[in-house]
Design a protein around this ligand. Sequence first.
Ligand SMILES: [Zn+2]
Length: 276
Amino acid sequence: MPLRPAAASGRPAGRRSGLVPPPAGTCVGRPRIGWRRTWGERSPPVILHPLRLGTVRGEGLPITAVLIRHPSGKNVLVDTGAPIEFAGDPEAPFEVGPDEHVLARLDQLGLSADDVHHVIATHLDPDHAGALDRFPNAEIVVQRRELEAARTSGALRYEWQRAHWDSEALHYRAVDGGTTLLDGVELVDSSGHSAGHQSVLVRLPRTGPVLIAGDAIPTAEVCDPAARPSSGHDHDVEAARQSTRELMRLVAEQGIARILHSHDAEQWRDLRASYD
Ligand SMILES: [Zn+2]
């Protein structure tokens, strides 16, 4: 579930810690150019496509996913957005236009669900995992703690749309903590918002390393761990703050060029269709 933006707290990010707030829509001040540091000149690049899959009704927050096209020929989807059945439904809690749901977005890139080899589920909330059932032929990669919490906790956040993620037709791969999925595509444990939340570090040849933060840092306004507000949707507020702290340490250590947030309306306005 999305966090409400930190603006509700009335305090700009970074003020409390004495840090200079980062430019709007980003937690990092200056892109670090990593021109073909990882891949050779002749290698096809990793290409990353941010996908907008709808809007949280009444809040104006984008619901996002990311498609990664890997030089191995594999396509990796990070999150799937809301249930496809929500598309065009004026009563649904998420606004999903007919051209916005995940299958429509893939089609706009010339892909179908069967072209997706791996789906990384940052977590199993309905605005992220609501269309997992559309990918029965992909490997769905999730943190083991998240899958177990979803299956056994009885929490409303999982039960509400259980039919869309809990199906014998789906092929789950449960992982424990940090895991390299493909060369240049790494999973990072960022639990707290949910029991087993994960983020994704992607190393792009031109752009440099990009962190797909998911709901661990849903907007640029909550990059400051100390100021990170609790929305009421966090499974463990202190763990969420600790994950934000560790992710921001990773950003500094790895020279992360860009953090992609899951629900940042301001960032979305500035995103390109693709990065490589
Ligand atoms: Zn969310």
